[in-house]
Design a protein around this ligand. Structure first.
Ligand SMILES: Nc1ncnc2c1ncn2[C@@H]1O[C@H](COP(=O)(O)OP(=O)(O)OP(=O)(O)O)[C@@H](O)[C@H]1O
Ligand SMILES: [Mg+2]
Length: 280
């Protein structure tokens, strides 16, 4: 079965700017992948290539085995842009109606109703965009991306304007989508959010992938520190699971053990280490 998104050796140059310098990344079916990286790392460029808005300079991007940008591939993608603006005089329902027309969705009023409910806007279907808060508009944007039930969602910072409750609504929505087998690539700067919801995380830096793994793998154990009568010893790289064996060996060797500390790093620490404190 082809991956929902498969990117290989992807490169993009805008004049003298190298936005992507050869990236390999997969989003498998039903997987939720978070794409992290400082401003200008190339996250939006990767997503725009995947939905056919930007042409790659080198490499390939495939959606469910189809070349990104092709008509068939576009049909399989739902996209929420980083900076979007819906017409202010449209109601929530009309925005979705417009996008149903643009994507030739036959879902009708039922689909619109269900999507507004899903993003917590059921009571705002008649409200005009210009009367909505930024957070409401962003949730409407997520609903728009879901029109036509695409198997792959590309969400470029879908929670940047949301308050904590709105973020949780989107997080629960993402979990719901995952249970339906929908694949998601999520760009975000919110590490805690990525940690909570993503199966896998990829970190981009200046157009290159510098780290990849599950949040647990990236927030890995850094070692075990054991305090004995012979001083404190650091077992670098050892995991929590190895602690009983290490303590057992020390005791068997005649040492007295006074304390044990498992040293872990959070996703944030791993991120900061990977990007070297870079902000842009
Ligand atoms: N249309 C464009 N023309 C020229 N340069 C561009 C264009 N779009 C992006 N770039 C450059 O490509 C690089 C990657 O930009 P991109 O928007 O992909 O980064 P990003 O990781 O999404 O950043 P952010 O976190 O700020 O959204 C940046 O140096 C940016 O200035
Ligand atoms: Mg971006």
């Amino acid at each position: 079965m082809a991956a929902a998104l498969a990117v290989r050796g992807l490169a993009k140059r805008y004049g003298s700017v190298e936005a992507l310098a050869g990236v390999d990344l997969e989003v498998r079916e039903g997987e939720l992948v978070g794409l992290l990286g400082p401003n200008g790392a190339g996250k939006s460029t990767l997503v725009k290539i995947a939905c056919g808005l930007v042409r790659a300079s080198r490499g390939s991007a495939e959606i469910c085995g189809l070349a990104a940008g092709s008509r068939e591939a576009r049909r399989s993608v739902g996209y929420l842009a980083e900076l979007f603006r819906f017409p202010g005089w449209y109601s929530a329902d009309e925005v979705l109606q417009l996008h149903q027309q643009l994507t030739a969705s036959t879902g009708g009023a039922n689909e619109r109703h269900e999507l507004l409910r899903l993003v917590g806007l059921a009571d705002a279907r008649g409200r005009r965009v210009e009367e909505m808060s930024k957070g409401m508009q962003q949730r409407l944007g997520v609903a728009q991306a879901l029109i036509g039930s695409p198997p792959l969602l590309l969400l470029d910072e879908p929670t940047s304007a949301l308050d904590p409750v709105g973020r949780r609504t989107v997080r629960e929505l993402l979990e719901e989508l995952r249970s339906r087998g929908i694949s998601v690539l999520l760009n975000s700067h919110l590490l805690s959010e990525i940690e909570l919801v993503c199966d896998r995380v990829a970190i981009l830096l200046r157009g290159r992938l510098v780290a990849e793994g599950s949040p647990a793998e990236l927030a890995r154990s850094r070692g075990v520190e054991i305090e004995t009568d012979d001083g404190t010893r650091l077992f670098e790289g050892a995991s929590r699971e190895e602690t009983p064996r290490l303590v057992g060996e020390l005791v068997a060797a005649g040492r007295k053990v006074y304390g044990v500390r498992v040293l872990t790093s959070t996703l944030e620490e791993t991120y900061l280490e990977a990007v070297g404190g870079e902000t842009s």
